[in-house]
Design a protein around this ligand. Structure first.
Ligand code: CP
Ligand code: NVA
Length: 305
C-alpha cells in the first residue's frame, strides 16, 4: 500500500524515532544509503519558491539512485484549469512519488487521494512536516535522549511551521512552549492533534501570548518569518514586534540556549542580525539536515514492509 507523508501524524511515535535515528546513521556514513530508490522517478510539483526543500530533495533522490523532475505550476495544465484529481491521476502513471509544495493544504490532500503513488508534503499553508522531522533530528543530534527533557520555545507567528511543531511535540513527546500574539495563534486542529499525541507520548504543549514566559529557562528558542509565503497580512508585523528573538528576549533563556530557524530569515524582523549570526552554525546545520532526514524519510516510505 502506498504511504503518504502529508502531516507528522502519518507516522506513529516509533516510526518517527526510527526515522530520526536512521538519519543519524545516514549522516555519519555519508553516501551509504539504501538502494530502494534505484530506478525510481519523482516529480517535485512546486507552486511556491523553495531553496532548501527543492535542492535537498533533488540531491537526496539522486544520491539514492533515483531521478527527479522539477515541475512548476505555471508550466503545467493546472495553470489553465486542469483539476487536481486529473493532475494526480496523470502524474502517478509516470512517476513513483510526487513531492508537493502548494499553498492549499486541502488541494494537497485531494491530490494524495487521487494519486496512485506516495505524496509528500513539501509545505502548505497549514504544515511543513519535512522541516520539523528534520529539526527533531537536529535536536537529537545535539541532545540525544535528553531531547524529550529540554525546554523548546517557539516564538512568533502561529503559522505552518508552528502548527507542525505542535504535532511534533506530540509525536516525539517533547516539551514545547509556544508564544504567539493572541490574534495569530496556531491552528486549533493541529493543536488538538498535538495534545492528543501528548496523551500517548508524555509530551507537553503550553501556549502563551507572553514571549518572555515561553523563553524563560529555555534550552532552544525557535522562530520563523512573520509573514509566510502567500500570506498577505503585512500588518500583523506590528503585533509580532514583541516576539522578536533579540538579546533582551534571549537573556531570559538558559545561558547555553541555542537558537533555531527553519529559513529563509527576515533579519531585523523575527530575529536580529547579531543573534542570527551568533547561532548561524546551528541554523545552517538545520538546513543541511534536511538532506539527511529526507533520505531517511524516503527510505522509510519506499522500503518493503
Ligand atoms: N525551510 C524551507 O523549507 O526552506 P525553503 O523554502 O527554501 O525550501
Ligand atoms: N512559514 C514559512 C516557512 C518557510 C519555509 C512560509 O510558509 O513561508
Amino acid at each position: 500500500m502506498k504511504r503518504d507523508f502529508i502531516d507528522l501524524w502519518n507516522l506513529d511515535p516509533d516510526e518517527g524515532w526510527q526515522i530520526v535515528r536512521r538519519t543519524k546513521e545516514i549522516k555519519e556514513k555519508r553516501g551509504e544509503v539504501s538502494g530502494v530508490l534505484k530506478g525510481k522517478n519523482f516529480a517535485l510539483l512546486f507552486t511556491k519558491p523553495s531553496t532548501r526543500t527543492r535542492v535537498s530533495f533533488e540531491v537526496a533522490i539522486r544520491d539514492m539512485g533515483g531521478s527527479s523532475l522539477f515541475l512548476q505550476e505555471s508550466q503545467l495544465q493546472i495553470s489553465r484549469g486542469e483539476d487536481v484529481k486529473d493532475t494526480a491521476r496523470t502524474l502517478s502513471r509516470y512517476v513513483d512519488g510526487v513531492i508537493v509544495r502548494n499553498h492549499s493544504h486541502v488541494w494537497l490532500e485531494e491530490f494524495a487521494r487521487w494519486s496512485g503513488v506516495p505524496t509528500i508534503n513539501a509545505l502548505t499553508d497549514k504544515s511543513h512536516p519535512c522541516q520539523i522531522l528534520s529539526d527533531v533530528f537536529t535536536l537529537y543530534e545535539k541532545y540525544g535522549e535528553d531531547t524529550k527533557r529540554i525546554k523548546i520555545a517557539y516564538v512568533g507567528d502561529g503559522n505552518n511551521v508552528c502548527n507542525t511543531w505542535l504535532v511534533g511535540a506530540g509525536l516525539f513527546g517533547l516539551n514545547l512552549f509556544v508564544a504567539t500574539p493572541e490574534e495569530h495563534t496556531p491552528d486549533s486542529y493541529y493543536l488538538q492533534a498535538g495534545l492528543d499525541l501528548c496523551g500517548f507520548t508524555g509530551g507537553n504543549i503550553y501556549l502563551t501570548t507572553n514571549p518572555t514566559e515561553a523563553v524563560k529557562e529555555a534550552d532552544v528558542v525557535y522562530t520563523d518569518v512573520w509573514v509566510s509565503m502567500g500570506d498577505k497580512n503585512e500588518e500583523k508585523k506590528e503585533a509580532l514586534k514583541a516576539f522578536q528573538v533579540n538579546e533582551k528576549l534571549l537573556s531570559h533563556a538558559k545561558p547555553e540556549v541555542i537558537v533555531m530557524h527553519c529559513l529563509p530569515a527576515k533579519k531585523g524582523e523575527e530575529i536580529t542580525e547579531d543573534i542570527f549570526e551568533r547561532y548561524a552554525d546551528i541554523i545552517f546545520t538545520q538546513a543541511e539536515n534536511r538532506l539527511h532526514s529526507q533520505k531517511a524519510l524516503l527510505e522509510f516510505l519506499y522500503e518493503e514492509k
